[in-house]
Design a protein around this ligand. Structure first.
Ligand code: GRF
Length: 195
């Protein structure tokens, strides 16, 4: 079975549940990849604390400054990383890394793209918008990352219903279940594709 070295990039505000879910998937032999590092800007961010608790290698640094991005690229190469999975990273991903990892950077979004994506569409804003638009279904999308927010080709979507009585919080919880089911499957699909 093909196996690829993976880096997961988390955000400073997220819980890290998708990162942890991928780590568990690997530990239960459900991932065709090896998570070699978790990348984040702040060591005290909840997702980084969780990654440390899980015993994964950490790389801490800002992806906003060029020197730090160059250091990260060196580290990705040193660890022979072949696939980068964003999980809660909210900003545009550095183009220098995208160029070196063309077709090998993927992201998870908590809605059914192409709707409800783009700049500012994250966290509860997404679920509030889905409810306001009276959508009857939502879900998650795993897609390739490009230089534009949420516009890369779609790899996999998982759907769930939206109920009339839903609040952004209840919908977020249902979508998160979709995310946790779908992300490991999408990672395996991409690994098959690039192997
Ligand atoms: C998820 O909803 C994901 O779709 C989005 O950011 C959130 C991260 O959640 N990109 P967590 O930190 O993985 O729990």
């Amino acid at each position: 079975m093909a196996s690829k070295n993976i880096a997961i990039v988390v955000g400073s505000k997220g819980r890290g549940s998708n990162m942890a879910n991928l780590v568990y998937a690997e530990r239960h032999n459900q991932l065709q990849g090896h998570i070699r590092m978790v990348v984040g800007a702040k060591v005290e961010a909840p997702a980084m604390l969780l990654a440390k608790e899980l015993g994964t290698d950490l790389w801490v640094g800002s992806l906003k400054d060029g020197a730090s991005v160059a250091l990260l690229l060196d580290q990705l190469r040193a660890k022979e990383i072949e696939l980068i999975c964003l999980a809660g990273y909210m900003m545009l991903f550095p183009p220098e890394i995208l160029r070196s990892y063309s077709g090998r950077v993927i992201n998870i979004h908590p809605a059914l793209l192409p709707k409800f994506g783009g700049k500012g569409m994250y966290g509860s804003f997404v679920h509030e918008s889905v409810i306001a638009a009276k959508e009857t279904e939502s879900g998650c999308t795993i897609h390739y990352v490009s230089e534009v927010y949420d516009e890369g080709a779609i790899i996999l979507q998982e759907r769930c219903p939206v109920f009339l009585e839903d609040t952004p919080e209840s919908l977020a919880a249902r979508v998160l279940e979709c995310e946790h089911r779908a992300y490991p499957i999408a990672v395996n699909m991409v690994i098959d594709e690039i192997s």
